[in-house]
Design a protein around this ligand. Structure first.
Ligand code: DX5
Ligand code: ZN
Length: 216
């Protein structure tokens, strides 16, 4: 049986009570914690950077999954590894030298993921798939939590699965954006290994229960 992993996105947490929310995640069935870093250039929003990342690391017992939505990620990726990232994912659209950036993250000591925006085709990964630990498929246009899931993601999931098999890659597939109680089990069944959920987790009265429900 394939493992199902949930990665709650801290973007929708209560920043005034960050330690409380991180401790809730520690008690929960979620194995990962998803950290969305936005620079106001690659995406039209600014989230947070190293100080928050360090605070997360201080309190979290979970695998730290960092999603960089920034231009020139090669400038900061290693620093995120030093700040405690277990995995760093970079947007393919933001990398002029993707192979070099992938190697840089691995050499810094973390696992590495590559991210595709909704309009970026899966074939962009053909020459890098054998090198990476994870493919992150954006199922909304990145920048904000709480957006509507884009249905074309199912087709991209199938294509990504084929590409991984064809290349004997061990990469996991993560889906990010608009994941909720209605589509989570369908996405796991369609081949997703990791689901990110922000709004669906933190907007509910009992996030710990919701996390269990999302895992099915
Ligand atoms: C979107 C971020 C997502 C986002 C997911 O730009 O990359 O991780 O926080 O949030 P929900 O689950 O609310 O769509
Ligand atoms: Zn994300």
């Amino acid at each position: 049986m394939k493992r199902k992993i949930l990665a709650p996105s801290l973007l929708s947490a209560d920043f005034g009570n960050l330690q409380r929310d991180i401790e809730m995640l520690n008690r929960s069935a979620a194995e990962w914690i998803h950290i969305d870093v936005m620079d106001g250039r690659f995406v039209p929003n600014i989230s947070f950077g190293f100080p928050v990342m360090k605070a997360v690391k201080q309190h979290s017992e979970k695998f730290v999954d960092v999603h960089l939505m920034i231009v020139e990620p090669e400038k900061y990726a290693s620093q995120f590894v030093q700040a405690g990232a277990d995995l760093v994912s970079v947007q393919v659209e933001a990398c002029t030298h993707l192979h070099r950036t992938v190697k840089q993250i691995q050499e810094a000591g973390a696992k590495v993921g590559v991210v595709l925006n909704p309009a970026t085709p899966v074939m962009m990964l053909e020459d890098i798939i054998a090198e990476v630990d994870l493919v992150l498929l954006m199922s909304v246009n990145p920048g904000f939590g709480g957006q509507k899931f884009i249905e074309n993601t199912y087709r991209k999931l199938a294509e990504t699965k084929n590409l991984i098999e064809k290349n004997n890659s061990s990469a996991l597939i993560e889906v990010d954006g608009g994941v909720n109680l209605e589509n989570a089990s369908k996405l796991f069944a369609a081949g997703a290994d990791v689901l990110v959920a922000g709004n669906a987790v933190f907007s509910t009265e009992n996030p710990e229960n919701t996390i269990r429900e999302l895992l099915g």
